[in-house]
Each structure stands twice: as structure tokens, then as C-alpha cells.
Design a protein around this ligand. Structure first.
Ligand code: GCO
Ligand code: MG
Length: 408
């Protein structure tokens, strides 16, 4: 069997997505997600101009060999563009292999280790009463674990806080704006550090001690600030504190870790196992946050998670709206199969996305399941996709009060 064509489909139903569709000479197709938020067309070009010509005529069964060939033959290694492109090929080939086997992909990965993947949703509010309403709404939707993000007094707009509560029953937050230039947000770490513990106190007082609560620091703190926040949040027993520092400096986590027992999650901007070497070997984190889509696909992320498993570090696969339904499905098959599963992020897509991507996952009693269709369980409606052409969009960025650019 040979790969006879590979097409890159860029579509923007509720937001931009880049999808690779691989077709074999026997007519079997596989899908892979290559969406890199705010830099979508770079990956589309990397695939179209440099990777697709290498795929034609190859044996679609040789997943590991294709992965190694794409990684090593480029000479230029790593980076989000390269690794998202490789991920799309990898996931599309797994989709094909599982369709040929007549099995849902998780069966090829070793079969189910659990009934479903515990998912967390995103609650947020501009003030505490609105946040508590948002948590209630998520509980009613069936979520059994909830991320808490809040506005900070004195700041106009803060990462993770929904612009409008409860639009169409969704209370999510789409940070990428369809604007020709990135939107500027303001930031003040001291104000944030003062405000956040009181917010968690209010949430615990309202919902009790059992509900798993998460928080995303979105790379904004120095190591010593992160250490202080971790310590201040200990009474509220977080499931995790995410991205407390910009973690390309892996050694910074030694300092954070030595001061707090709040569990730490890191890695949504990482793209290879090398980004995790110190963090995993020295047990400086508790959860691996990488997306299948940005980390070289199932083949590569599984190796990271197997490495993590030796240290009792668990998965917390990235699942914001900028991961397409194809990338989410890949994550769910992996979640179901691996032993060291922790939690799965689940940020619901808008309604038009479901017109383009026909999905077969379910969400029951707080657990996601990828369904039992052969392959990933996602089909792309290319006619629907064509109705929603690419729209330029950027993630925001932050400045401090004195105008200094800060991590967003
Ligand atoms: C998360 C993330 C996202 C990112 C987004 C950037 O934890 O879900 O932080 O919300 O900001 O994926 O593209
Ligand atoms: Mg995050």
C-alpha cells in the first residue's frame, strides 16, 4: 500500500484550523491536526511545500520510520512549526492504520485502561459571584473538575476570563482575536498574587473540599513569585498550578518545587522530550501538559509519557479550542490507553466547528470517551470546510503599566 495524496485543508469555522488529510492508493484516508494558534499558515506551508512531496509513494504503515525520517532528514530539529507538521502526519497515519485494522485507535495503543478520561472545564468570572455562577454552570454540564480563572482588580483584561458569560450555554474563552494585529492586555503580577488566594477561598467555601480545582498562571511569574503563589494556594488543595513560570528555563522549577507542595503542570508550549528532560528526571513537575498536535503526534507524546511514568508523573494533555477535533480525538485515544493518565483539558468548540468535523466522542459523568468508530472517529466535511476560509487571527500580548512587554 502507498500514500497516493496528502492535502492540507485550512478552515476557520469558529477559529482557524489546519488539517492534513492523507489518502492511500486503496482509498483509505487519515486525518491529522496541524493547528498552531496564530501561526497557522507557517505549518500549512511547511506541510504543503516541504513534507507532502516526501510522503507520496511511502508505505502508510511505517509510522515510526516516517516519524524518524521527517525528524532527522530535515536536519533542523524541534520547534513548534516542525513538530506540529510531523504530528499531523503521525496522527493521520495512526488513523489510517486503525481504520485498516477496523478498530478504534485506542485498541492499537494497548486497549482501554479506564472507562473514560476525566475532563476539566474552564470556569471564569469578572468577579467572584460571576465566577461561582460559572462553576455552577460547569457542574450542571457534567464537569467533575474545574479550572478557575479570574479578573484582577485594576486590570482591564486577563487571560482565561470569558468576555461574556454563558454564550449559547458555553462559558469558554477564545483568546485568539480575529484582528490584523495582536490585542494588547495589561498585567501586574503583584496585584494578581494579592487577589488569587481569596478567590480560591471563596470557591472552596462555596463548593467544599472535594471538587478538583485547577489554575493556569500562563507563564507570568518569576520562580520566587511562583513559589509564593504555590505556598499561598496550599490551603485550597489545587489539583494543579499550571505554567507558573516560562518553563524554557527548566532549572527554575527547582526553586518553585523546594518551596511548595502545590502540584505543578507544565508543557503546552513544549514540543519534544528534550524540553522535559530536567523536569521529569528531577521530578520537578506532576503533570505533562503537551498537546499531541504540538509534540510530534502520538508516537512522540507517548514516549514522553512513558518516560514520565517512571517518576509517577501523569498526563494532562492540552485541549483548548485551538486543538482541532482531530487533535482532541488523538488525545482521547491516548488518554484511554496509557496507565499514567491524569486529566484531560476540555474546552468546547463553537457550533460551526461541528459542521466541519463530524465527531464521535462522548462526555458522560465528567468523562470523555473517543467512541468506537474505526480510526480516530473524526471525519472532515471538506465542502463545509470550504465555506469558512482562513481569517487572520493573533493571540494577545501583555504590557506592564510602564509599557514593558511581559509574558502573556
Ligand atoms: C490552556 C492554554 C490555552 C492557551 C492557548 C494558546 O491552558 O488551555 O493556556 O488557553 O492560551 O492554547 O494558543
Ligand atoms: Mg495553559
Amino acid at each position: 500500500m502507498k500514500i497516493s495524496s496528502a492535502d492540507v485543508i485550512v478552515t476557520s469555522p469558529d477559529r482557524n484550523f489546519v488539517t492534513l488529510k492523507i489518502t492511500t492508493d486503496e482509498g483509505v484516508t487519515g486525518l491529522g491536526d496541524a493547528t498552531l494558534n496564530g501561526r497557522e499558515l507557517a505549518v500549512a506551508s511547511y506541510l504543503r511545500d516541504h513534507v507532502v512531496p516526501l510522503l507520496l509513494g511511502r508505505d502508510p504503515h511505517r509510522i515510526e520510520d516516517t516519524w524518524q525520517f521527517l525528524y532527522r532528514s530535515a536536519y533542523w530539529r524541534r520547534g513548534p512549526v516542525t513538530m506540529s507538521a510531523i504530528a499531523a502526519v503521525d496522527v493521520a497515519l495512526w488513523d489510517i492504520k486503525a481504520k485498516l485494522a477496523g478498530m478504534p485507535l485506542y485498541q492499537l495503543l494497548g486497549g482501554a485502561s479506564r472507562h473514560g478520561a476525566l475532563a476539566y472545564g474552564h470556569a471564569s468570572g469578572r468577579d467572584v459571584p460571576q465566577l461561582l455562577d460559572s462553576v455552577r454552570e460547569h457542574l450542571e454540564l457534567g464537569f467533575r473538575a474545574i479550572r478557575i480563572q479570574t479578573a484582577v482588580p485594576g486590570l482591564n483584561k486577563v487571560y482565561g476570563v470569558a468576555a461574556q458569560p454563558g454564550v449559547d450555554g458555553r462559558y469558554d474563552y477564545e483568546p485568539a482575536q480575529r484582528t490584523p494585529l495582536p490585542v494588547e492586555e495589561d498585567w501586574d503580577t503583584r496585584a494578581y498574587l494579592r487577589h488569587l488566594p481569596g478567590v480560591f477561598e471563596a470557591v472552596r467555601n462555596e463548593f467544599g473540599p472535594a471538587l478538583p480545582l485547577l489554575h493556569d498562571g500562563h507563564h507570568r511569574m518569576t520562580p520566587i513569585q511562583a513559589a509564593r503563589l504555590g505556598r499561598d494556594l496550599e490551603p485550597y488543595d489545587l489539583f494543579w498550578l499550571e505554567d507558573c513560570t516560562p518553563a524554557e528555563n527548566q532549572e527554575a522549577l527547582r526553586l518553585v518545587r523546594s518551596h511548595t507542595v502545590t502540584p505543578l503542570a507544565i508543557g503546552e508550549v513544549f514540543n519534544t522530550v528534550w524540553d522535559y528532560q530536567t523536569l521529569i528526571r528531577e521530578q520537578l513537575i506532576d503533570y505533562v501538559r503537551s498537546a499531541v498536535t504540538h509534540t510530534g503526534g502520538i508516537t512522540a507524546l507517548r514516549k514522553v509519557l512513558d518516560f514520565a511514568a517512571q517518576y509517577q508523573i501523569k498526563s494532562g494533555i492540552h485541549g483548548p479550542t485551538d486543538i482541532s477535533p482531530v487533535g482532541m480525538a488523538a488525545a482521547l485515544h491516548l488518554d484511554l490507553a496509557i496507565h499514567n493518565f491524569g486529566i484531560q483539558e476540555y474546552m468546547r468548540h463553537g457550533p460551526r466547528t461541528a459542521e466541519v468535523f463530524r465527531q464521535s466522542f462522548t462526555f458522560t459523568d465528567g468523562l470523555l470517551h473517543p467512541g468506537d468508530q474505526p480510526g480516530l472517529g473524526v471525519e472532515l466535511d471538506e465542502q463545509a470546510a470550504a465555506r469558512f476560509p482562513y481569517v487572520p487571527a493573533y493571540l494577545p500580548y501583555s504590557r506592564l503599566h510602564d509599557g514593558t512587554v511581559h509574558d502573556w
